[in-house]
Write a protein that binds this ligand. Structure first.
Ligand code: UD1
Length: 351
């Protein structure tokens, strides 16, 4: 059985690792890993491969950055001959990034069976590029591996007839495996209490006024608590382009998987607009204040530690006060977020 995995961006790497690991034990499976090159900086890509123990990609399409349409089209053009040549029995795509939808389109048009890992998530906000990627990918996929019940319900409502299978959360598989190693990282260099911040959504960072207001709110947070802010390259570039002042915030380069996970696990609070971090904090039981009006991961709010504060500085401050007073929202771990989702996918694919 010939399985192709197509990945391209940072969160994809964390998701592919457990699936590849689980399939490795099936002797009749040959795996090919294709990196689209959507993320190419060493600290956005290479370090994740090393720490997660992912083999070097068999093919790198080296697409690089560009507008969404250009990037998607370029990945499609470069991937098509690779799939034609390799004739996979199944192509697995991960998450909701441009590489995901591009690969699903190419696979579906070539008649290759497409499996979507992390299917069914919906923010119901079509201004998010990821929401468009999710909708299209799920329409095209033959096998839909969902992380939570809301994913099954969304797919059913959309009338998607393909196989829907709840397998749990592959991102949590990587977390469970590497948390002990992560907790041995940079133990002595961290303040006792701190807020860990990430920010990269176009809706938050591509508009100068909005980004300025968020940075001001973070400055206010820093009056009460040290702020550690590993910035995505997109965010750093926008801060510079808009000439914004952020000197009082500790802005760092993107961190490796182990460093970031270690910092998350010890944070007093995490402030973010990432999807995956809402899930990781829920698993870790760390309070998470999400700078978005909606989430495609509602289970992190209904069961977990996540609170949506949108872009309202007052809500951020009041929720932060709750955390600092020791009254943070308590959560539980959603069903099937148990470290074995990759194993369940492998069993469904290859017995
Ligand atoms: C992408 C995903 C997003 C995911 C995020 C994780 C889409 C639509 N979005 O957003 O869902 O949460 O990855 O990081 O696919 N850049 C670099 N070096 C890199 C990669 C990017 O400098 O290695 C810069 C470039 O200036 C680029 C910008 O970041 O133009 C945006 O990169 P892109 O991959 O288009 O989207 P992300 O914002 O990273």
């Amino acid at each position: 059985m010939n399985v192709f995995h197509i990945v391209g961006a940072r969160p994809n790497f964390i998701k592919v690792a457990p699936v590849m690991n689980a399939l490795k034990t099936r002797k009749h499976v040959v795996q090919t890993l294709i990196h689209t090159g959507q993320h190419y900086d060493a600290n956005m890509s290479d370090v994740f491969f090393e720490q997660l123990g992912i083999p070097a990609p068999n093919v790198n399409l080296a697409v690089g950055s560009g507008s969404p349409a250009w990037q998607t089209a370029e990945i499609m053009t470069r991937l098509e001959p690779v799939l034609l040549d390799g004739k996979p029995d199944v192509a697995l795509v991960y998450g909701d990034v441009n590489s995901t939808v591009a690969a699903a389109l190419v696979g579906a048009k070539l008649g290759v069976r497409v499996g979507h890992v992390e299917a069914g998530l919906r923010s119901f906000d079509r201004t998010m590029p990821e929401e468009i990627n999710r909708l299209v990918t799920d329409q095209l996929a033959d096998m839909l591996f969902t992380p939570s019940e809301d994913g099954d319900i969304n797919l059913q409502k959309e009338g998607i007839p393909a196989e829907r299978i709840r397998v749990g959360n592959v991102m949590i598989d990587s977390l469970v495996r590497l948390l002990p190693a992560a907790q041995r990282q940079n133990r002595n260099r961290l303040p006792e209490r701190y807020a860990l911040v990430t920010l990269h959504r176009p809706a938050n960072v591509d508009d100068g006024e909005i980004l300025k207001r968020i940075l001001q709110s973070l400055l206010e947070v820093s009056q009460d608590l040290s702020v550690i802010f590993p910035a995505h390259p997109r965010t750093r570039k926008r801060i510079a382009d808009f000439g914004l002042q952020a000197d009082q915030l500790q802005i760092l380069d993107p961190l490796s998987y182990l460093e970031f996970l270690g910092m998350q696990s010890r944070a007093t609070v995490v402030i973010t607009d990432s999807g995956g971090i809402q899930e990781e904090t829920t698993y870790l039981g760390v309070p998470c204040l999400t700078l978005r009006e909606n989430t495609e991961r509602p289970v992190t709010v209904s069961l977990g530690t996540n609170v949506l504060v949108g872009r309202d500085p007052e809500k951020l401050c009041s929720e932060l006060s709750r955390v600092l007073a020791g009254n943070a929202k308590k959560g539980t771990i959603p069903p099937l977020w148990d470290g074995h989702a990759g194993e369940r996918i492998a069993a469904l694919l290859a017995g």
